[in-house]
Design a protein around this ligand. Structure first.
Ligand SMILES: [Zn+2]
Length: 412
C-alpha cells in the first residue's frame, strides 16, 4: 500500500485521464511518424507508425472498458465486459496483418534507401525522449492508483522504445549511406507479431472463460481466511471478464445470525477488492459449520453424568473440548450451576456465562427453539442442539451424530 492514498473516485478519475492522454499521445506520435515516413520513404518509420496506430486502437479499447464498467451498462450482467475482449481480439488480428504486410515488403525488397533523414532523426529522438518520460509517468501512476492496467501500459510504452530505437539506427545508417532501414522494418514486424499474439491469446482466454490461475486463487484465499468470523474457505473459483475479475467463494462461518453473516460477506468482498482492484464482484456463499475442535456446554445433573431436563434450572454445568474427527473429548469440567437459585433470568445469565467461556455448541434435552435463552444463543451464533439421550458419556460417543442442531435450517 502506498502512503499517498487516493479515494476510489479520485483514482478512477486519474485512470481515465491517463488512458485518454496516452491515446492522444499515440495519435500525435503515429501522425508524426507517418508524415516523416512519407517524406523520407523509410520503411522502418512506416512500420513504427503502424505500430503506434495499433497502440491508439489499444488505448481506445481500454477506454471503452472503463466506460462500460462505470456506467449503466453494468446492468447488462457481467458478460457485457467481454465487449472489451472482443474489440481487443480484432486489434490483435489487425496487428498480425500489419506485421504480415511489413514482412512481405521486406521479402520483396520494396524498401528504398531513405532520403532527407536529418529532420526525421531529430523528430524521432524527441519522440523517444517523450515516450521514455511518459512510460515512467504511467508506471508511477499505475502504482499510485493501484491499477495494473496503467502500469502495464507504461511498460508497453518502454518496450515501444526498442522499435523506435531500431528505426533510429536505420535512419542514422541511411545518413551514412547504409541501408539498415529495411532491417529496422523487419525488426518492428517481429515485435508486432509478438504483441499481436499476446493480445489474441490473453483475450481468447477470457472469452473462453478460462479460470484464474491457482496461484492467484490461493492468494485470495489467504486474504479471506484472515477475516474475523471465517472458519474455513470451502471452495474458490474465479474468472476474467473484460479487464475485470469475478470471484465465487464458499465459506464456513461461525455465526447463525443473518446480519453478522452479511457483514462477514461484505468484509470479504471489501478485503479481496482492496487486495486486487481488478476484481469487480465477489459472490460469497456461506454455510455455518462447527469447528473441528469445539467447546461443548451441557447442563447436567448428578455431578455431570446425566443430561439435565432443564437449561437454567440444571444443577450442574459441564464444559468440555470435543474433537469432531476422532470423536474424543477432554478437559471436562463440571461445576455447580450458580444461577440455579436465581428467581428471574437464570437462563439469560447462563447464556452470558456460555458466551463468556467461548462455547461453540450447547446441547440440552429441553427444546430451546422458541425460548428466550435459545434465541439468545442463536443471536450469539452459538450452535444449539437437542438430544434424546440421557447419559453424557453416551452422547459423547458421537456428539454431532447423537444430537440435532435446532437452528440449522435458519443458518443460511
Ligand atoms: Zn506498442
Amino acid at each position: 500500500m502506498e502512503s499517498k492514498q487516493l479515494t476510489p473516485s479520485q483514482a478512477a478519475g486519474r485512470r481515465k485521464w491517463v488512458v485518454a492522454l496516452t491515446a492522444v499521445k499515440c495519435l500525435i506520435e503515429s501522425a508524426t511518424k507517418l508524415i516523416f515516413a512519407y517524406f523520407t520513404g523509410s520503411a522502418g518509420l512506416l512500420a513504427d507508425a503502424i505500430h503506434s496506430m495499433t497502440d491508439v486502437a489499444g488505448s481506445l479499447v481500454v477506454w471503452v472498458g472503463i466506460r462500460v464498467s462505470n456506467n449503466k451498462y453494468r446492468r447488462f450482467t457481467y458478460g457485457f465486459y467481454k465487449i472489451e475482449n472482443l474489440l481487443a481480439m480484432t486489434i490483435g488480428v489487425a496487428i498480425l496483418y500489419a506485421a504480415y504486410e511489413l514482412a512481405l515488403g521486406f521479402v520483396h525488397s520494396k524498401s528504398v534507401m531513405p532520403t532527407n533523414v536529418t529532420t526525421s532523426i531529430m523528430a524521432l529522438l524527441l519522440l523517444i525522449a517523450v515516450n521514455f518520460l511518459w512510460g515512467r509517468f504511467e508506471v508511477k501512476t499505475g502504482q499510485l492508483i493501484n491499477s495494473p492496467g496503467i502500469e502495464a501500459s507504461g511498460k508497453h510504452t518502454f518496450t515501444d522504445l526498442y522499435s523506435s530505437i531500431a528505426v533510429l539506427v536505420g535512419l542514422v545508417g541511411a545518413e551514412f549511406g547504409v541501408n539498415l532501414d529495411k532491417w529496422a522494418s523487419l525488426f518492428v514486424a517481429v515485435i508486432l507479431i509478438k504483441v499481436g499474439y499476446v493480445i489474441i491469446w490473453d483475450n481468447l482466454k477470457v472469452l473462453l472463460d478460462i479460470s484464474l490461475e491457482d496461484e492467484m486463487l490461493r492468494e485470495y484465499t489467504a486474504v479471506i481466511q484472515k477475516i474475523p468470523g471465517v472458519v474455513s474457505v470451502k471452495s474458490i473459483r474465479g474468472r476474467n471478464s473484460g479487464s475485470y475479475r469475478l470471484i465465487n467463494v464458499e465459506i464456513n462461518i461461525n455465526t447463525f445470525d443473518l446480519a453478522s453473516a452479511e457483514e462477514i460477506a461484505s468484509n470479504i468482498e471489501k478485503a479481496v477488492k482492496q487486495y486486487d482492484n481488478s476484481i469487480d464482484t465477489v459472490f460469497v456463499h456461506y454455510t455455518k459449520e462447527l469447528p473441528s475442535v469445539l467447546k461443548v456446554f451441557i447442563p447436567t445433573e448428578l455431578n455431570g453424568d446425566v443430561i439435565s431436563e432443564h437449561f437454567g434450572k440444571a444443577q450442574f454445568m459441564t464444559t468440555l473440548t470435543y474433537d469432531k474427527q476422532s470423536m474424543r473429548f477432554y478437559d471436562v469440567k463440571t461445576e455447580l450451576n450458580p444461577f440455579m437459585k436465581t428467581e428471574k433470568g437464570r437462563g439469560k445469565q447462563m447464556v452470558e456465562h456460555i458466551k463468556k467461556n467461548s462455547v461453540d455448541s450447547v446441547c440440552t434435552k429441553e427444546n430451546l427453539q422458541e425460548k428466550g435463552p435459545g434465541l439468545m444463543l442463536y443471536h450469539h451464533g452459538i450452535d444449539t442442539r437437542i438430544t434424546e439421550l440421557t447419559s453424557v458419556s453416551e452422547l459423547l460417543q458421537d456428539y454431532v451424530g447423537n444430537s440435532r442442531a435446532i437452528f440449522a435450517e435458519r443458518g443460511n
